[in-house]
Structures are given as C-alpha cells and as structure tokens.
Ligand binder design. Sequence first.
Ligand code: SF4
Ligand code: SF4
Length: 194
Amino acid sequence: MSEAFALRSVAFSGRGGQGVRTAGRILGRAAFVSGFWVQDFPVYGTERRGAPVTSYVRFSSEPIQERGTPAWVNLLVKLDATVPYGGRAGLVVVNSSSHISGSKTCDMRSLGSGFMYPTGSSRFRMTGSWRTLRPVVDESRCKSCFLCYVACPEAVISLDGDERPIIDYDNCKGCLICKQVCPFSAIGVEVESS
Ligand code: SF4
Ligand code: SF4
C-alpha cells in the first residue's frame, strides 16, 4: 500500500450459517495483508444457525481511533433482506430476488459458482445426536401452513406428498423453534431416551 487511504467501513448483515462472520474476516484479512490498519468484529446474540448476525470491518492507511459499532458505514451487504439493520449506509447491496424501490439489480449467481453456497449444509453432519428433546408432528392437528418448514434454522424439515412436514431426525438438533412457531399446536415434544 503506497497512498493515504481514508477510513472505510463495511457491514455484512444476515443470518447465522450464511457466512456473515466469515465474510467480515476475509475482507479484514485481505485489507490487513494489503498493508491497512484493520478492525473486524461480529455482533450477534445467541450463537445458532439462522439467528441475526452482523459483522463490521474498518480499514484505513492510518491507525484507527474509532471503537464500537459504526453508526454509518460506506457499504452494507445484506445477505438476507428480511434481517433488519439498525445503522445507516452509503451504498447497500441486498441479496434478494424482489425488486426494491430505487435499486438496481444484479443476479448474484452471475458472479460465478462457488460465490454463494446453499443453506442446509448440516444435512451432511449427523447433528441429531445433540438433541435431548424430540419434536413430533401430530398429523391430526397439522394444517400444512409450512411455518415450521420455513422457520427451522437447520433446514431439516421437508414436506411429503400431502404437504405435511417430515423432520429429519438424523440432523434435527431439538431447538424446538418449530414447536414455537406452529400456530395450531401441532408439534409436541418427547424426551429422547438414548
Ligand atoms: S427442533 Fe424443529 S426447528 Fe429445531 S432443528 Fe429440529 S426440526 Fe428444526
Ligand atoms: S407449523 Fe404446525 S400446522 Fe404448520 S405445517 Fe408445521 S406442524 Fe403443520
């Protein structure tokens, strides 16, 4: 790095499992090895897949005196359009297939394979052994509203031919979010016996 470079800040916003933390770390590392002064840090509450996550990166050719989360960033990258972001930004890039008023669109898939990864990678890890409580669907009460299917942070609920939810117990961690969101109390709980 040879030229003076004013402080820049970038925020990545999305959900646990999308790579929000990793994106901030990669950008921060890249800026560091390029000779900048760097801060990168994530902000999240309970650590779980699907929970809102924000990561921030500051970089500058001068030592950075600011601390804490930036009230304003030069660039905000929203990996999930449904996650609210509380700060302000100069430029916002949103990962969404919906048209947003005043925006220009870009198909992220056109940026090349390997850039975006599908959710549900837990499918390849047998995380069901972590579970102490088992969600069980009561088919007589289920109205096929799909809310559990949408809300499961592990993406381990699929729909059968009658559009009833089927839980993949090899990977269900037993967080019981599906039970919480079910408006028809159609998901009960059993204690795992082994
Ligand atoms: S308990 Fe429900 S929401 Fe949680 S991982 Fe299992 S199926 Fe998904
Ligand atoms: S949220 Fe409840 S009613 Fe809706 S599909 Fe799931 S189990 Fe059925």
